[in-house]
Ligand binder design. Structure first.
Ligand code: ADP
Ligand code: ASP
Ligand code: MG
Length: 480
């Protein structure tokens, strides 16, 4: 049993959907396909939901028309008249339900996370219909399934957490019989079902997570993430133009990369695969014959494999006057972060043992609100709270490499030589990533320099030298 997940670009047009269906048909049965919404449609749906809440009727109509058009365009991939008619009527039902959901939001005059999830799910649902129809039109028995009856979650709408036990039971009951009957099952990514059966979502980019969740639930032998890049690269190719495919990485490395901003994998993707030792492969629908990246338990070598950046963070520094109050202060800070639902990216205790630094997701109200709240909650401990916005973390990921003091020294030296202020640094306890907080505006430069330092030297031994970002190199040498 293989799971194949296709991202937004890979199902974003009739041509791409056709290519994806060809890739599916080339895999042996049994197989389970997970689809995202067509690229851009999730954003259109969210915009329509917000416009409905603000009673912007004309804008809602315009957005809904754009969504219908997009689906109609992608639907031309269905190369069989009967299948196309059937798919169009199923799409009509989804679009009618969308209109009703938007009308409910307009009537309420506010957009709840529950309504938002119900609305955005339309994108994945439409693509599951279209993928199944395309496969059938090409001669492969296929059915679509909406994941609200398969992936069981809690009711944290917008960022639901899966219930693996219920998901496994539902997969056995709903998915397994279809697979046993020789069907290719096409499941919507991104969405799940709350205990009251309402539609939930797993968070933006969550279809990767859906793929490993369902893969673990049906004991898949492999999960393939088909996307628009030829694997996990040594850096985001949009930022570093000579980034290269990393042929093999460990679960830990993939997890750290995703955690620190490599968008190619949703941050939670790896965990379900680790639990059952399922290999995950990242492959390109634009180059389906290339080997891509294989993610398994073992690391290949102890060098830095990739560098990444995560933006949109806040750096909180708490100075505690009395060492004996440290634990109490930490407990209070975590309580506040937990109560406000703020994600913590990393925590460190800095050189002075009374200083704690927290890298957290940006929050509404930003530093002023957070500082006020923490100062009030921690008043008795007389702590000093400093808060910096527009922070990014840059990370150099490589199992083993991060454990070497020389690598940490080199990592910090590169940044300081280039006048990139390191706001906080830590060697992750996992020894998989070297991490520094830097001003967000300098993150791209930091990534480029770290790529030059840690990755470029590996190219020479791999296969000749590659074109270099000479501008950046020259700049770094000038500063150095
Ligand atoms: P999909 O729609 O298929 O899920 P995404 O846009 O979510 O695709 O993820 C793929 C994108 O991730 C790539 O186009 C690339 O710009 C970005 N990316 C960021 N870091 C990396 C990296 N280290 N390796 C590969 N891609 C990366
Ligand atoms: N369509 C969803 C999003 O845009 C989920 C995904 O693509 O993985 O966030
Ligand atoms: Mg994605």
């Amino acid at each position: 049993m293989i799971v194949l997940k296709f991202g937004g670009t890979s199902v974003g047009s009739a041509a791409r959907l056709g290519e994806a269906a060809t890739i599916v048909a080339a895999q042996p049965q049994p197989r389970l396909v997970v689809v995202s919404a067509a690229g851009g449609v999730t954003n259109l749906l969210l915009e329509a939901a917000r416009a409905a809440a603000h009673h912007e009727t004309a804008r809602v109509a315009e957005l809904v028309a754009a969504i219908r058009d997009r689906h109609a365009g992608v639907g031309t991939a269905v190369a069989d008249e009967d299948e196309r008619v059937l798919a169009n009527s199923q799409l009509d039902e989804l679009h009618t339900a969308l209109d009703a959901a938007l009308a409910d939001v307009a009537a309420a005059g506010t957009l709840s996370n529950r309504d938002s999830d119900r609305i955005v799910a339309t994108g994945e649902k439409a693509l599951s219909v279209l993928m199944a129809a395309t496969l059938r039109a090409n001669g492969a028995p296929a059915v679509h399934l909406f994941a609200d009856s398969v992936i069981a979650t809690d009711d944290r709408f917008g960022a639901a957490r899966p219930d693996r036990v219920r998901t496994r039971a539902q997969a056995e009951a709903v998915v397994r019989p279809l697979l046993d009957a020789g069907q290719t099952v096409v499941l919507t990514g991104f969405i799940g079902g709350a205990p009251d059966a309402a539609t939930t979502t797993l968070g933006r980019g969550g279809s990767d997570y859906s793929a490993t969740l369902i893969g673990a639930a049906v004991d898949a032998v492999e999960v393939q993430i088909w996307t628009d890049v030829p694997g996990v690269l040594s850096a985001d190719p949009r930022q570093v133009d000579d980034a290269r495919v990393v042929p093999q990485i460990s679960y830990d490395e993939a997890q750290e990369l995703a955690h620190f901003g490599a968008k190619v994998l949703h941050p939670r993707t790896i965990r379900p695969a680790v639990a059952r030792g399922i290999p995950v492969r990242i492959l390109s629908t634009f180059a389906p014959d290339e080997a891509g990246t294989l993610v398994t338990r073992e690391a290949a070598g102890d060098q830095v494999k990739a560098v990444t950046a995560l933006r949109g963070l806040i750096l909180l520094t708490i100075d505690v006057p009395e060492l004996e109050d440290l634990a109490a202060a930490a407990a209070q800070v975590f309580r506040v972060l937990h109560e406000d639902g703020i994600e913590v990216v990393s925590v460190a205790q800095a050189s002075s043992r009374r200083r704690m630094t927290y890298l957290i997701d940006a929050v509404s109200g930003g530093c002023p609100r957070l500082q006020e709240r923490l100062a009030a909650e921690l008043r008795e401990l007389d702590v000093d709270v400093t808060c910096t916005e527009d922070v990014a973390v840059v990370a150099a990921v490589g199992q083993g490499a991060a454990a070497q003091p020389a690598a940490l020294a080199q990592f910090l030296a590169v940044l300081s030589r280039s006048a990139i202020p390191v706001l906080a640094a830590s060697q992750q306890t996992s020894n998989v990533a070297l991490v520094a907080a830097v001003p967000a505006a300098l993150a791209e430069r930091a990534v480029a320099l770290l790529h030059e330092t840690f990755i470029r030297p590996q190219f020479a031994s791999a296969r000749g030298r590659r074109p270099r970002r000479s501008d950046l190199l020259a700049e770094s040498m000038r500063v150095g």
